[in-house]
Ligand binder design. Structure first.
Ligand code: HEM
Length: 264
């Protein structure tokens, strides 16, 4: 393999690594890895509305400019989404407000989940349309460097992804009810409401270990059906999440007891 081949392989491995993470860093960094891309001013971008005799059809999301001429029927003159062309109307993508005040790149007051929805739009355009470069303004400065506004948006997206991950984990492994006494030790038990997670199963107490850390806490583990993330219709042992590698039985507690006493 030549030097070029090695470079492509290295970039491929790096991209695969980045993609494995919740925050899609590829969307923000890799497009500009090979060069800075073109820098456009808002006035320049405004010429790209797909009008006849015009230079083309572009739009921007979070300051990244895409060539959407393939979607001319949507974005071109007379198209349902023509208002998005020639500008960065990031806000409208998540509010659905296509009036002049809504078609702006100001994201103030948006929730973190709306910010996350914007990342989904960015991902949509990255997959379906060609990247042209960056729009100089709210999200990139005149050297193409991310502005404070973009960094704050990225931080909000990362925070939202973290919260979502924690909620998903809590639904899969709701915390146990627990009680401690100096004489009897710790008692753990599960119920349909334990951990504040309402559900139609009770589960059995298990230690949940976080990968990479030595501590554990008590969670309720589903004992029937397919493991989480597997379809009901798939072939499985009908043991719920009991075989999850991050959970472990409490010694001295029957594996299927809903109630455990762990002595001091
Ligand atoms: C926040 C509100 C909305 C936004 C920002 C939005 C945005 C978009 C965009 C940008 C496209 C073009 C995607 C492409 O490039 O292929 C699209 C397509 C489409 N949208 Fe929406 N949309 C919204 C709400 C809706 C609603 C409420 C409906 C239906 C009641 C709808 C129906 C459609 C349909 C049918 C297409 C596909 C058209 C086709 O492929 O011919 N959209 N939307």
């Amino acid at each position: 393999m030549g030097k070029a081949g090695l470079l492509v392989l290295a970039v491929g491995v790096a991209a695969a690594w980045l993609l494995g993470r919740g925050f899609d860093a590829r969307l923000w960094q890799l497009p500009f890895f090979f060069g800075r891309g073109r820098l456009l001013s808002p006035a320049e971008l405004a010429r790209y509305t797909g009008a006849e005799g015009g230079p083309g059809l572009y739009l921007a999301v979070l300051g990244q400019v895409f060539d959407v001429h393939r979607g001319h029927k949507h974005y071109g003159p007379g198209g349902a989404y023509s208002a998005l062309a020639g500008k960065d109307a990031s806000r409208a993508f998540v509010t659905g407000d296509f009036t002049a005040t809504g078609l702006v790149d100001d994201l103030s007051g948006l929730s973190s989940s709306q910010m996350l929805a914007l990342q989904d739009w960015l991902s949509f355009y990255s997959k379906n349309y060609g990247l042209v470069g960056k729009l100089v303004g709210r999200f990139y400065d005149e050297t193409g460097t991310p502005t404070e506004a973009l960094k704050q948006t990225q931080a909000a997206i990362e925070e939202e992804l973290k919260l979502k991950g924690q909620n998903d984990e809590k639904k899969q492994f709701p915390p146990c009810n627990s009680e401690w006494s100096s004489t009897r030790g710790s008692r753990f038990w599960c119920s349909k409401q334990s951990g504040g997670v309402s559900r139609d199963w009770i589960g059995v107490p298990r230690k949940l270990f976080k990968p990479g850390s030595t501590g554990h806490h008590c969670v309720c583990v589903r004992t029937t059906g397919p493991p989480s993330g597997q379809l009901e219709s798939s072939v499985h042992h009908d043991r719920g999440d009991l075989d999850n590698p991050n959970v472990q039985e409490y010694s001295g507690c029957h594996p299927l007891a809903e109630f455990c006493v762990v002595e001091n």
